[in-house]
Design a protein around this ligand. Sequence first.
Ligand SMILES: C[S@@+](CC[C@H](N)C(=O)[O-])C[C@H]1O[C@@H](n2cnc3c(N)ncnc32)[C@H](O)[C@@H]1O
Length: 304
Amino acid sequence: DGSLASLTAEVQAMCAVQWRGDVALLPRGSLSGPLWDALQQHSVQASPASDGSPFAGGLWELMRRALQARLLARQREIRVDCGVREGNVEVLAGSGSTWVVVPGPKGVRYSFDIARCMFSEGNAGEKERVRSWPVSGETVLDMYAGIGFWTLPLLVAGAEQVFSCEWNPDAVEGLRRGLELLGEPLARRCQVFAGDNRRKEVQQAVEGKCHRVMLGLIPTSRDGFPNAIAALRPAGGMLHVHWNAPADAEAATAQGIAEELEAMLLAARGGSWKCEVTAIQRVKSFAPKVRHLRIDIKCERLVS
Ligand SMILES: C[S@@+](CC[C@H](N)C(=O)[O-])C[C@H]1O[C@@H](n2cnc3c(N)ncnc32)[C@H](O)[C@@H]1O
């Protein structure tokens, strides 16, 4: 019947397998559905492990071995409305821990649990850009640190101190492991704040100390604005604001955010402030006609 042809067509149309360390990750929704489930079930029944069959474990185990992966898993959707951006994968074959180590820019190694933390392949270019920023000697606040996507490259790039906030305990564990892999003395330059970045305690610790603040949350990082502007040094600094913007209104969106921040700075810090958009970086396409942007805003206290 047409089943074999349709299965073959699916394999041919499938996007490339991605790797997370020694875990092979099938794209979301690929090789799934009743036909594939039936194939797996039949292949397991037809080749019991007790027979010593080379096909024991069925289709997924066969595929795992062919790929020479420790685990074979399938990506599920990472929901943007999930506050902790937990990872979402389905392990199909193999055994052992779902913790992996993957290489990042400048020798950085990220460590995370693929079942519990997100890792955005789409942000790879952005990590490369961040690691080349001139942050030597600077103090940076990373408000949405995750497993250290920006924190670790910033430390390698020479930041004097990085304050990293993260409220997902699994991501915090990944961040701590990544810092351990980075080793001393760099790891000692990072202070991790586990919990909500909007806490008073965070504000008090970072107040007036930071040259730049990373606001890496989409669709919007507006919730982080109060502590971000409190963190800037008396003369000001850079805010790197991540935002999902309509593709036909990138500049207007950025300008609106700069004006909002200027008003907040004026109200919270007094004096006179100028907030200027210095760059709009497209990070990735988020949805049709919606772009994930990084908007760089230079905040400067004006002296009269
Ligand atoms: C999109 S991830 C950012 C990871 C990384 N910066 C990147 O862009 O690839 C956002 C992270 O912020 C964390 N987060 C969201 N709201 C937070 C809050 N109010 N306080 C602390 N962490 C928060 C989530 O748990 C998640 O790990």
